[in-house]
Design a binder for this molecule. Sequence first.
Ligand SMILES: C=C1C[C@]23C[C@@]1(O)CC[C@H]2[C@@]12CC[C@H](O)[C@@](C)(C(=O)O1)[C@H]2[C@@H]3C(=O)O
Ligand SMILES: O=C(O)CCC(=O)C(=O)O
Ligand SMILES: [Fe+2]
Length: 357
Amino acid sequence: MVAITVPISVDTIPLVKCANAAAAAVPSVDLSAPGAAAAVADACRGVGFFRATNHGVPAALAEALEERAAAFFALPHKDKLEASARPLGYGSKSIGCNGDVGWLEYILLSVGSGSVAAASLPPLLRAALEEYTDAVREVGARVLELMADGLGVAEEHRGVLRRMVAPDEADELVRVNHYPPCPCPLAAGQRGVTGFGEHTDPQIISVLRSNRTGGLQIMLPDGRWVPVAPDPDSLFVNVGDSLQVLTNGRFQSVKHRVVAPAEGQQSRLSVIYFGGPAPAQRIAPLPELMREGERSLYREFTWAEYKKAAYKSRLGDHRLGPFELPAAKEPNSSDQHSSSNAVQPPARAPPHVAPVY
Ligand SMILES: C=C1C[C@]23C[C@@]1(O)CC[C@H]2[C@@]12CC[C@H](O)[C@@](C)(C(=O)O1)[C@H]2[C@@H]3C(=O)O
Ligand SMILES: O=C(O)CCC(=O)C(=O)O
Ligand SMILES: [Fe+2]
């Protein structure tokens, strides 16, 4: 077992019980089924997260990557540091550059143009990452097409989301997270040690796979945190902040976090593909989706602008906040100067509710 060598001050997360109701709250979509587009859109409207089965990524690719990543994380700390090229490359405990910490070590890489650009990684690990990422990128693209279909985008425009994460200029990342069991006594009680603090992903889409060790929790629209049962045969899809904006709030980015394993448990190993667009891509509600008179909930920005703002923030910050526009007043509001007959986007659960543990 590999320990994270430098002590950190630990933060904790309540351990939510995996009741049947909670497990059922995580939607599951068979990507090969005829109703997949509607099921994907339902899941993204409701929770912003779903488990994808029959995704077509060969288990052997994921297993090879898992094996090589585990071998890398088992190296002495000083050897792993040679692959550090902040903010990319190898990192441990510190997430981003603004003081967030977690009980994990990771590799974070840029994966544009079909190749994994990184600091010095063992060649076998690099090859496994490239192969796996190529396969998962395909799944991300297929899911984005299903999303457009499920949102009712006309057939000839259904590639609109998929094209935004097409490799040439897209800003894609892949991250391998390793959460060793935490020897801290706090991890054995009602609370667990924070592996990865609560956040939403800033990109368009994230596609996650983990080994059999759980720890991932998502926040439901009603503010309840629920555990996601680990399933190495499935992929888990997250709606990112940029997709929330592109859909004018029809899809909501999902808050999620990870509890590190307690002493005696197996390490958690997860691999996440983050599909972001080209830096100059305008992030604004898709015209293909907007109803007549519907106004944007956000002021316009580019991915480069949002990424810069996101990377200056803390994990738990509400990063879309500064980009939100005030809601239009109802036409019958007492305010005589009320602007509008503006059409609001279709209603959904309020985005910011107090968390319930
Ligand atoms: C604290 C941070 C780490 C992060 C960049 C940020 O400033 C805020 C978002 C974080 C996040 C979450 C999703 C992905 O893991 C990630 C790579 C991303 O794009 O945004 C991380 C960033 C990171 O680890 O650098
Ligand atoms: O490791 C996990 O299971 C999730 C990590 C995560 O949310 C992230 O890297 O953005
Ligand atoms: Fe995340």
